[in-house]
Design a protein around this ligand. Structure first.
Ligand code: ZN
Length: 267
């Protein structure tokens, strides 16, 4: 019996998920997930494309083998055993893939946006570590360094009676684009959305080093978080674990005050 995998392997278009951390969306999925080790999941919309079973790959959508990026995903699947055998401490970054296409789709001028906000492009890591479950019982994925620091910080807070919950950690460029597409479909315009969400490619969440933190009884991502014991604890202690609040009041990026958003500061 092999240990169950706890890494998300990232490729430009497709993620390789540990099957035991995915939710089944149909009976057919449930049967496949119960026997699979990994599942190929399309980043753009989260669709499960194929499951890796002991006897080979089981298609979960038609024509999965023609999906963009499937060759890279299969190469990554081949390399997983290596990754697990040697353990890997360095985390490579994926190339900034199709990013300008995405920004063009949204009619965002990349240079103007970067100059206005002072935000830099943020590459996605080639793999992410499981960092426990978030408030919604979804797996929280973070850069391995942030995952360790978060777990240590969360345990330390708990010892002092403070419950820190994660709301959201790593998000892909495609996921961020999806936020824009959903809001555009609801009738918002790009400028309205940019007042609240970073453009795809520019969110700190892409690095896996940032996470949104909440505490029970508090709505997610609201300024009222600053009046909680959890926030007071973070203000006193987060720096000792390497975390800093990225968007304090009056930050130079013109991003609204986000007392819930913390990131691991790399030395
Ligand atoms: Zn955030």
């Amino acid at each position: 019996m092999h240990a169950r995998p706890l890494h998300l392997i990232n490729t430009p278009d497709i993620e390789l998920w540990p099957a035991h951390l995915l939710r089944a969306r149909s009976n057919r999925d449930a049967r496949a997930l119960a026997r699979a080790r990994h599942v190929l999941r399309r980043k753009r919309d989260g669709r499960y494309l194929a499951a890796e079973l002991p006897e080979g790959l089981l298609p979960l959508v038609q024509r999965w083998a023609h999906e963009p990026g499937v060759d890279e995903a299969l190469d990554a699947l081949d390399r997983i055993s290596e990754h697990q055998r040697f353990g890997i401490d360095t985390v490579a970054e994926l190339p900034l893939h199709r990013l300008h296409d995405r920004l063009d789709t949204l009619d965002i001028d990349a240079e103007g946006y970067a100059a206005r906000t002072g935000l830099a492009l943020v590459a996605e890591p080639a793999w992410l570590a499981f960092a426990g479950f978030d408030r919604y019982r979804r797996p929280l994925w973070l850069h391995v360094d942030a995952a360790r620091a978060w777990r240590n910080m969360q345990s330390a807070a708990l010892l002092e009676g403070v419950l820190l919950e994660s709301i959201s950690g790593y998000r892909s460029h495609d996921y961020q684009l999806g936020i824009f597409e959903r809001k555009l479909a609801r009738g918002l315009n790009v400028d309205d959305i940019l007042a609240v969400n970073a453009a795809p490619g520019y969110s700190e969440h892409h690095s896996g080093l940032a996470l949104d933190i909440g505490t029970p009884g508090e709505p997610p991502a609201e300024e009222s978080f600053e009046r909680t014991d959890a926030f007071a604890w973070l203000e006193r202690n987060a720096a000792a674990y390497g975390f800093a609040m990225s968007y304090p009041r009056g930050n130079p990026h013109g991003i609204v005050y986000e007392p819930w958003h913390w990131a691991l500061v790399r030395a």
